[in-house]
Write a protein that binds this ligand. Structure first.
Ligand SMILES: [Zn+2]
Length: 893
């Protein structure tokens, strides 16, 4: 659950100056065609000043018709060498002085298509390229920009605009690949453009590819003229429809492609680096089923000529470019796993909401993210609700006070909070509950059809849904879009048992009231409503009564509305009402939607039952998620009655029919950890793990499963370090690295006598790895098990120096430098030796500050690094001095 919250809450620390200055100015320092690097340009040009008058004029007076990108990615220089032809609309002349958004590294030249040179100016601090068209400023004019975009290395919280990875230590796939990340305003970092969501244009990408390499981009493959026997040559894609720049993308590298036909013969493909093994055919069958389901709901056919799922290394989540979604190699290789499917469904849903119809401004972001959030649950519904009863997925929403659906004050890169995702999904579900399925999807159908290959604004959304809502509800919707506070529920225990709930909603986030349903012991059902400003008493009439909260599952779990200080009353007075007692009640409980079973089992544990009744109870639950909670409850019973419960539980844990939900319900099995050893549960899988899993011989979900069941400390170290070093997939290697981390961080888990072994092995793992997620795990682990004697941490410090000398791991430099200081254990000489050993390494300013003054820069004096920007800089780790260090969250975009 916490993971989901993280997923949907982007850090939002990107520099806002881009947005503020984006139309700042033109020509401060003119540059001859040549090779002035961005850094040099910043120092040479100084601060931007507005020299050409109204910036608004520049922003609105031109319209790009097409971008034709012709390029080559140079893997040794780690840069894109390209020319882009920017063609302006044929129905209006562009201004004589055109200001393009540009944050590429170098501009070599700007010419007319004829080759005639045009004067241009780069303003690096404003992120602009001003081209003087002069008398050439006629309708349909075009300019050709010849440029270089270097691979991005800064810690971009939203994704690096241009990434490339070559063969690396620790990465089982040696295929090299380069790819882009554009949303919201990063396309300008790899292609000078009019980087505004409201300016749609055609896009083509024409790349030189080396032997064994392929290009994937938006649009249709229009030319594949290969030269020579080794397959090198050129590949070109072109769209026949317009896109905003934030949806333009390419990836080039050593890809293998698997193909299948989807609905109506739609070409589906999965692109992956050589050696990224998975059942990609099954993934495509799942995508076909989702496309059919979405088409049924929405009533609009899948809009593009193909759907390509491109799996990429070090890609934290997914992003939806029109017809091509980029997702991580470590989160999209398990087509039988709900969390993988959920991500795939989200990006697929965007093909309608966000790609066919795009945002007019970044303040309309919530329309596309809210609908993708709705559809991501639709895509996995059959796995989350096995029975016919369906809810509106409110339980999947994690909302935070202060994060509004739409926050006009935030610059574009900072808008990616839980607001436009979960909170928008919640608002849309409330509207869906008010207007019903037919009107909800019907109104969207009209909106999509009327704005096909165009933009959609919040105002047009409200105008379309207005007639389906009463004036009162429409006003509430308008208020809820900008509300920052959450509703609040106060829980008080009643003397007679039960709870009194009082609901307030100061800023108007609620559209519909919260309902409750009593399943009374006499077989009747009683409905109750809690409206804003009212109180409601929830009291059992008989011991067999049980309560269902929010029967249609419209709202986020009510706990999110209860203040932390009031949670004890919630758990003591309200939660117990959810649990059924007695055979008849349990039978009715088993007919509920999965969501209600999950919340009762999660908050109250398993209803009292005999071990021999458990298997039948388990099989009648409505989802694997509910089953995992029930198994956790049974393991709780086994703590006091091992003889009765262990023989029942072992075969259930061995058969492991619940693996589809293992990724999202990891916490549920915590109570089972001390009952069984991993080799008792899955001997064959454990056997493979002891060899490091070099071949895909076991279901990879069971690797994740066994990672939740600790073995003895020495065995943990031996087995999981083998997997971390040798597993066939980066996913299992990362699972191993994080398993070691979580174990090593558990107080008292490793006996004192075994710590030297752990330090040695983890230092060796760190030194033999260049992948990013695992690097963060190892550095965190080194930091968790330091010796108080500096000399005993020497191998660790040397491994950390290796990270700092590696420019590909620059994102981990600050965290590694601070960790090296911890491992110096107060020994000034050891610290100085470390600093000397990394002298000459390419590091950013913050890392230099750490070398100069680690106590202040790492925040050790203040105990915590509280500054948001530094948190981001330290790699998304929430708190570098204590607290949980989690896996990099999956980001859905
Ligand atoms: Zn999204």
């Amino acid at each position: 659950m916490a993971k989901q919250t993280e997923e949907e809450t982007q850090g939002a620390q990107a520099d806002s100056s881009t947005a503020v200055l984006r139309r700042g100015s033109a020509a401060k320092c003119w540059m001859a065609g040549g090779t002035t690097a961005l850094a040099l340009a910043i120092s040479a040009c100084g601060v931007a000043e507005n020299m050409t008058g109204s910036s608004a004029l520049a922003a609105t007076t031109y319209d790009v018709e097409s971008y034709a990108l012709v390029g080559e990615y140079d893997f040794s220089a780690k840069q894109l060498n390209a020319k882009v032809t920017v063609q302006f609309a044929s129905n209006a002349a562009p201004p004589s002085s055109v200001v393009l958004d540009s944050q590429v590294s170098e501009i070599n030249s700007v010419t007319l298509p004829s080759g005639e040179a045009l004067p241009f100016a780069v303003n690096a601090s404003a992120g602009t390229l001003t081209v003087e068209l002069g008398r050439n400023a006629v309708p349909g004019a075009a300019v050709v920009v010849d440029y270089v975009a270097k691979r991005s290395v800064n810690a971009g919280i939203l994704g690096l605009p241009l990434s490339s990875f070559d063969a690396r230590k620790g990465d089982p796939s040696k295929g090299r690949v380069a790819y882009t990340f554009s949303e919201p305003q990063s396309a300008r970092q790899w292609m000078p453009s009019h980087d505004d969501p409201s300016d749609r244009a055609l896009f083509s990408a024409d790349f030189k590819v080396g032997a064994g390499e392929r290009l994937i981009a938006n649009g249709a493959l229009v030319d594949e003229s290969r030269r020579g026997p080794n397959g090198s040559g050129r590949m070109k894609y072109a769209t026949t429809y317009s896109l905003p720049t934030y949806l333009m993308a390419f990836a080039v590298g050593e890809f293998e492609v698997e193909r299948q036909r989807g609905p109506r013969g739609l070409p589906l493909s999965v692109w992956h680096r050589r050696g990224v093994f998975a059942d990609h055919q099954k993934t495509m069958r799942q995508l076909t089923a989702m496309i059919e389901h979405f088409e049924n709901l929405i009533g609009v056919q899948y809009p593009f000529e193909k759907y390509a799922l491109v799996l990429l290394p070090e890609f934290g989540g997914g992003i939806e470019h029109a017809g091509i979604s980029f997702q991580g190699e470590n989160n999209s290789t398990q087509p039988n796993n709900i969390s993988d499917l959920n991500l795939s469904a989200h990006e697929l849903g965007h093909q309608w909401f966000g790609d066919l119809v795009t945002v007019e401004t970044w303040d309309d972001l919530w329309l596309k993210e809210g609908m993708a959030t709705v559809l991501q649950e639709e895509g996995v519904r059959k796995l989350n609700d096995e029975g016919p009863a369906r809810g509106l997925d409110g339980d999947k929403r994690f909302v935070r006070a202060g994060q509004a659906i739409r926050d006009l004050a935030r610059p574009p890169a900072n808008k990616y909070t839980s607001g436009p995702y979960s909170r928008a999904g919640w608002l849309l579900s409330q509207i869906r509950s008010v207007v019903g399925e037919e009107k909800f999807w019907g109104t969207w159908r009209t909106l999509l059809q009327e704005n096909r290959f165009g933009t959609l604004s919040t105002a047009r959304f409200l105008a379309a849904f207005g007639p389906t809502l009463s004036p009162d509800v429409l006003a509430k919707v308008q208020t809820a879009i900008d509300a920052k506070a959450l509703p609040s529920i106060e829980v008080a225990a009643l003397d007679a048992g039960g709870a009194r709930l009082t609901l307030k909603d100061a800023q108007g986030a609620l559209i519909v009231p919260i309902e409750f349903q009593w399943y009374r012991g006499d077989g009747t059902v009683e409905k109750l409503t809690l409206s804003v400003g009212q109180s409601l008493d929830l009291v059992r009439k008989s011991p067999a009564d049980f309560l269902v909260v929010d029967p249609e599952d419209i709202h986020p779990g009510l706990r999110q509305f209860v203040a932390a200080a009031n949670r004890p009353q919630y758990f003591s007075a309200l939660s117990p009402l959810l649990s059924p007692t007695g055979e008849a009640s349990v039978a009715r409980f088993l007919e509920l939607k999965a969501v209600h079973q999950v919340s009762a089992l999660l908050e109250q544990g398993l209803p009292p039952m005999q071990p021999q009744e458990f298997q039948s109870f388990l099989s009648k639950l409505d989802s694997n998620k509910a089953r995992l909670q029930a198994i956790g409850g049974a393991c709780q019973f086994a703590q006091t009655d091992a003889a009765g419960w262990k023989p029942i539980l072992l075969p259930i844990l061995q058969r492991a029919h619940f693996l589809s939900s293992i990724g999202e319900e990891q916490g549920a099995l915590g109570t089972c950890a001390n009952l069984f050893s991993p080799d008792e549960i899955m001997p064959w899988t454990w056997f493979n793990l002891t060899f490091g899993l070099p071949f895909p011989l076991v279901d990879e979900r069971s690797v994740e499963y066994l990672s939740l069941i600790p073995a003895k400390p020495a065995e943990m170290l031996k087995v999981w370090s083998a997997v971390a070093r040798r597993a066939y997939s980066i996913r299992s290697r990362e699972t191993a690295a994080f398993t070691l981390l979580l174990y090593g961080r558990t107080p008292g888990a490793i006996p004192e006598a075994e710590l030297p072994d752990w330090r040695k092995v983890v230092a060796a793992l760190t030194a033999s790895n260049e992948t990013i997620n695992a690097t963060f795990a190892y550095v965190s682990l080194l930091r968790s098990i330091p010796s108080a004697v500096a000399a005993e941490n020497q191998a660790g410090r040397e491994a950390l120096a290796g990270i700092i000398r590696n420019g590909d791991l620059s994102i981990a430099h600050p965290f590694s430098a601070c960790t090296a200081y911890v491992l110096a254990a107060g020994d000034a000489v050891a610290w100085q030796v470390f600093v000397d050993s990394v002298r000459g390494a390419q590091v950013d300013e913050f890392t230099q500050q750490i070398f100069a003054n680690p106590i202040q820069a790492c925040g050790f004096g203040a105990l915590k690094i509280s500054d948001e920007g530094r948190k981001a800089h330290l790699g998304g780790v929430d708190d570098v001095t204590d607290g949980p260090i989690q896996r990099a969250p999956t980001r859905k975009r």
